[in-house]
Design a protein. Sequence first.
Length: 208
Amino acid sequence: MAERFRGFLPVVVDVETGGFEADRHALLEIAAIPIEIDEAGWLVPGEVATTHVEAAEGLEIDPKSLEITGIILDHPFRDAVPERAALDRIFQPVRAAMRRHRCQRAILVGHNAHFDLGFLNAAVKRVDHKRNPFHPFSVFDTVTLAAMAYGQTVLARAVAAAGMDWDEAEAHSAVYDTQRTAELFCRIHNDFARRASLEAALTRATLA
């Protein structure tokens, strides 16, 4: 993994929020999936880490955002934790995966990835977290990758174009969107790797 991505570990992240502005609207839910590599060398999604987040003091929550995400702030089973604890829940398994793959840094993979990174960085800044494993500005964006691979930029349409199922009823939860984005990222990467391997084999056969 470290050799494939220059020492970076791809980690798929999705956040659910109280709006669109990272310094104004609250972070409400976050999920992350480190990308693993199997014995054959193909990328596969790892285990998901997820948590609900207590809205930080002074930040806003747009009711329209809650309508989209379906988050019920006072649900008895929501089990939200403060931002610092939420970040620790996400960062600990990411750092463990980095050690496992001998990577120096995690790189955020997301659909419109800078949105997710913006909210992540804003939370890190608010709590003055000193052990953020993610690169502060570089990302792998599946919007770009899906546009090149399938001509689609909307996550649901890109997932369908990749031949995978999409459940609209489950969409807009951090876990579901992260799982589908992770599967999409792995599918695009593995298809590209297969084509590159085939083309290399054909070139060698032609030269022979």
